[in-house]
Design a protein around this ligand. Sequence first.
Ligand code: ZN
Ligand code: ZN
Length: 184
Amino acid sequence: MTNTDNLFCYVHPNRPTTLRCNRCERPICAQCAILTPTGYRCKECVKSQQKKFDTALWSDYIVAFIVGAIASGIASVLVMIVSGFFFGLLILFIAPGAGAVIGNLILRFIKNRRSRLLFTTAAVGIVVGGIPALLIYTLPAILMIFSGSLQGLGVLLPAIWQVVYLVMAVPAAYTQISGIRIGG
Ligand SMILES: [Zn+2]
Ligand SMILES: [Zn+2]
């Protein structure tokens, strides 16, 4: 008789089982087994695996937000200059690159530490940093529209480039910070 015939869950020693955790090899019962993309694992292994991917310090959230907001503020001023004096369509080419640069900068400040909430915090910082430039464009236009002047609609148009910048730069920065892993 080999000992594979007499496996008992390491958490519940009275439960016979045929399953083993594919990481630590210890026997686990159906209740303790968690199905992961790589097979069944015990709860302990799943937990320690998650910890490895969640290395962010509390200060990283503040740093990621502030660095994201400042860098994005600078980028949105550049967007304002480019769309005002040159050619708005250039934003379509510049915005993803700007997002990647901002993402790289944030990564340096957080020293490659990671957690999903940290990536989201950085993205929120980038959006917040773009708001002043957006307001500069939209506030006068909105005031004009409220005072009954439809010319405000024309003034509102350049604000679209600020929105285009944010819509393109934020995902680019997020991908840069989080790595290419889908859903990461
Ligand atoms: Zn295990
Ligand atoms: Zn068990």
